[in-house]
Design a protein around this ligand. Structure first.
Ligand code: ZN
Length: 182
């Protein structure tokens, strides 16, 4: 198994600002612990960062958010990327749409991905679908992801499990998985 970790949309607008989310704030320590272990094991960390231009299709649903070159689109300081980490800027839910993510995963020879971040039912789920189409093993950390409410979170976890063959794990299990990396 060749692992990578995705940190999805842990940006100011989705944690503290425009769509402030207490549930997203609560998962920060769990994400931090998993990233520490991944770094210790040299497992690549890939940040997917919402970064919109004005008029992007999502704006009709959510209004302007995570605009390029604003504080809203910046990754929260607690989870600031390190030099060795990768950042994929994205303009829709999926980190694969019109980005270099496919090439990056190929170059890193990744076959399995651990998903962290927000929102479980939107960007996490849309990345799980794109990973499934491409044949990756997918792990979603239930206490390392969050939605705006518990129901959306649970429904999305079940959907990903049933439809994209995602393994739902907790942060302790994610750390165990990373510990097994040679
Ligand atoms: Zn967006």
């Amino acid at each position: 198994m060749n692992l990578a970790v995705f940190v999805i949309d842990m940006i100011n607008d989705f944690v503290y600002e425009k769509f402030r989310n207490e549930r997203a704030i609560k998962i920060i320590p769990n994400i931090k612990k998993i990233l520490d272990k991944a770094r210790e094991k040299n497992v690549p960390i890939i940040y997917l960062q919402d970064c919109h231009l004005k008029g992007d299709p999502e704006e009709s649903l959510w209004g302007p958010h995570a605009l390029s070159n604003t504080k809203g689109s910046e990754i929260i300081t607690e989870l600031k990327p390190h030099k060795k980490d990768y950042i994929i800027l994205k303009r829709t839910y999926s980190g694969f749409y019109k980005t270099d993510l496919d090439l990056l995963l190929k170059k890193l020879e990744v076959d399995s991905v651990i998903l962290l971040g927000v929102s479980t039912d939107i960007c996490v789920q849309n990345n799980a679908s794109d990973l499934f189409y491409r044949g990756f093993n997918i792990y979603v950390v239930k206490d390392g992801t969050a939605s705006i409410n518990e129901e959306n979170h649970e429904v999305a976890l079940n959907y990903m499990k049933n439809i994209f063959n995602v393994k739902i794990i907790d942060s302790e299990e994610a750390i165990k998985l990373l510990e097994e990396v040679k």
